[in-house]
Design a binder for this molecule. Sequence first.
Ligand code: GAR
Length: 207
Amino acid sequence: MTLPRAVILISGRGSNMEAILRETQSGILEGQCTICGVLSNREDALGIKRAQALGFPTRIVSSKGHDSTAYGQKLLTALSDWTPDVIVLAGFMRILSRDVIAAYRGRIVNIHPADTAAYQGPDGYGWAASNKLTETSITVHLVDEGVDTGPVLHQEPVSLEGAFTREDIAERGLQVEHALYSRCLAQLFAGHYDAVITSFQLQRGRE
Ligand code: GAR
């Protein structure tokens, strides 16, 4: 049986990436997919060292000085070497160009540390802290041309009772993220989200 091939894109710390890589080595993703490699748009991304320490191929494709379209072309070239079926964004902080979305439409997933209907953009935990939320959500969604706007695959509530600072909130949220992302990917590879994915792919003609 050929396993689906996935590439993980990161920009920084890579804690979600590491959780996923570990689940492929012994856990819920074992035997469910092949992680072809980890790609970062930043040379200084700590996640690159973490991926290497676990024995996974890594690649830096720097986005410095490139606009979205030019970077998209660089990314497409690099990704084609790995021929991924699925692209997993895990703290990847560049907006993907329309060309990249079109090439992998319905096959790019992202994790967002908030309810995407309520908040889009960076630092979802800072947003939860400044709005004094008592509950937030972690969202796993397909990536479209917008920022954190694609169809939702799964949302998990996180109680913030007793968590007041951004740090407390992030600690709580990340714990949920680390378990949730691999679980959602396992469901994705098992075909659980096929209907949402197909419907999103069929919207192509209407844009
Ligand atoms: C995570 O909290 C992830 O949800 C968030 O960046 C962090 C990356 O941490 N992503 C977004 O905000 C996307 N809009 P990590 O590098 O330790 O996985």
